[in-house]
Design a protein around this ligand. Sequence first.
Ligand SMILES: Cc1cc2nc3c(=O)[nH]c(=O)nc-3n(C[C@H](O)[C@H](O)[C@H](O)COP(=O)(O)O)c2cc1C
Length: 249
Amino acid sequence: MNQIIETILNHRSIRKYEDKPLTDEQIEVIVRSAQAAATSSYVQAYTIIGIKDKEKKKKLAELAGNQPYVEKNGHLLIFCADLHRHQLVAEMENVDVSQALETTECFMIALIDAALAAQNAALAAESMGLGICYIGGIRNKLVEVSELLQIPIHVIPLFGMTIGYPVHNSDKKPRLPFEHVYHEDTYQSNSSTLKAQLEEYNKTIKQYYAERTHGKRQDTWTSQMADKFSEPKRLYMKDYVQNQGFNKK
Ligand SMILES: Cc1cc2nc3c(=O)[nH]c(=O)nc-3n(C[C@H](O)[C@H](O)[C@H](O)COP(=O)(O)O)c2cc1C
């Protein structure tokens, strides 16, 4: 196994960091690594906002559901889907792109590009001995987050990423069984096979939580997912996304 694969397989989210800011050089390496990711048709439909202002970090931590590590970390990045610059391109090239930018396809391009860039950033940081945690919690309150960060039309903050020196390594969370995730040639939709694999996975997860909480936590993966999806959340999102000029046709 090479070092890159070791880094990838060693991932775990880190939620407690030393009080030690990243240097500008470290930030630049991480952002340049993000930018090196492949991008749909060279569109590069994302922007990364680094948050250094302490008050802004504090406010973002609150908006993200009072997650303390959003305030206390080595650096905080906000990954945004961004087609704003393509509107500028239209002005520079004297063409009308407004119809194209509003399509679901362009929305998907921007989401995919931003996610690929983010995961490159995560791996770069982890390869430097730093820890990371993605912060989807900012989507609890995107209107307020957008105001705070002065987000223009055609830009959507998607998630944050805390980065820093880990205080301790958290435990590695077991993933779904390989066969459950990797199908060959066609989608394998045999329900009883898939459910049997999930039952097996539940046993692993139950044991994982029991060991880490001295038996206090008993939940399984399917119970967590049932809880998460038992009711729709963040229902303001459709309007917010469309108001930002995305996913309208
Ligand atoms: C897009 C995204 C958003 C996330 N948002 C949060 C968050 O707001 N707070 C948090 O503590 N963890 C968050 N996470 C981390 C996940 O909970 C974590 O990756 C998952 O439970 C698996 O654990 P692991 O990363 O330690 O392997 C997020 C992860 C992703 C990919």
